[in-house]
Design a protein around this ligand. Structure first.
Ligand SMILES: [Zn+2]
Length: 318
């Protein structure tokens, strides 16, 4: 871990650009990289868009993290592209949720020279077990790999707060010259997260008891935080299309559901055939921020988008 800490410390002495760097290094940098920006600051990689968004806020004014799963790509079952593998290899630290969310990172992270932080293990992150029973149950047994926890931890703003605290501590340790910036950014971000949490609770309170179905079981943390009334998910697991038995079970629940929520990456003909002829409304949720512009505001856009879409669909008259 942190084999490249020395480089981080050297770089962080000149966080705002080439001014003050040894002239020879500056000249070499300009020669090889075509400009000073490419080598500036600490190199950080973040796995998925919500993690990247929180890291980008913590690092504001210092450097920008690389996003490994690009906009438009689904994180479940993702295969690391060569450009992302290079960003990962360069990174002094990688932030990810952990093996239950980004299975594609398990082997690359084990081979890394730099540090990695599995945010599901961060102090204060509250984990929920993968849902079992009834319509939540997977049709096949999960591979044996210890306790099965649900990886969508960012969908509770209190977990996001704990993730931010872990990022601040890690970055402050790796790049002490910029520690004050990480801490100030982290404190401002936590206040924003607290405000968001209150805002969403108020926005969702009127639709708390209205039942709905989702496409994949991503929303447990969101539902637990805001007391929502999910009936179940159409897909048993994000990597596995529903079988005939499950489709029958889902159809039986549709009579009770006010809304059925699809997602950016889903089987459109299957979804249409499942909801055809039912009175349930439909709308799209994007729990992984696949459609959103990556950056510091993505996390807030994602959470507000979920709340707005749920409230609009669930409060609409049938
Ligand atoms: Zn998911």
């Amino acid at each position: 871990m942190a084999r490249r800490l020395g480089i981080a410390q050297w770089r962080s002495r000149a966080p705002s650009g080439p001014v003050g760097r040894p002239a020879a290094v500056l000249a070499l940098g300009l020669l090889l990289l075509g400009g000073p920006a490419a080598a500036d600051g600490i190199e950080v990689a973040a796995s998925i868009a919500p993690v990247h968004s929180l890291a980008a806020s913590v690092m504001a004014g210092v450097a920008s993290p690389a996003l490994l799963v690009p906009r438009g790509a689904a994180p479940h079952g993702y295969q690391l592209k060569p450009s992302a593998a290079r960003a990962l290899a360069r990174a002094q630290v990688v932030f990810w949720i952990g093996r239950r969310m980004e299975s594609f990172l398990v082997k690359p992270i084990a081979a890394l020279a730099g540090a990695s932080v599995a945010l599901a293990d961060a102090e204060g992150v509250h984990l929920l077990a993968t849902r079992k029973g009834g319509i939540w149950e997977a049709e096949e047994e999960e591979p044996a790999e210890g306790a099965a926890w649900d990886g969508h931890i960012w969908l509770d703003p209190r977990n996001a707060r704990a993730m931010v605290a872990a990022m601040v501590e890690t970055l402050a340790r790796l790049d002490p010259a910029d520690a004050h910036a990480y801490r100030a950014n982290g404190e401002a971000l936590m206040r924003r997260l607290d405000d968001l949490d209150r805002e969403l609770a108020g926005r969702l309170a009127p639709v708390k008891d209205i039942p709905y179905l989702v496409f994949h079981d991503a929303y447990q943390y969101f539902e637990a935080r805001y007391g929502l009334a999910a009936l179940g998910s159409i897909a048993a697991s994000p990597d596995q299309p529903p079988g005939a038995r499950r489709v029958r079970a889902v159809r039986a629940l549709l009579a009770k559901a006010r809304c059925v929520f699809r997602e950016p990456v889903f089987d459109a003909p299957l979804f249409r055939s499942i909801v055809a002829g039912t009175p349930a409304g439909t709308a799209e949720l994007d729990p992984e921020g696949i459609r959103l512009e990556p950056g510091p505001d993505l996390y807030f856009d994602l959470m507000r988008g979920l709340a707005r879409t749920m409230r609009d669909c669930l409060s609409a008259a049938r």
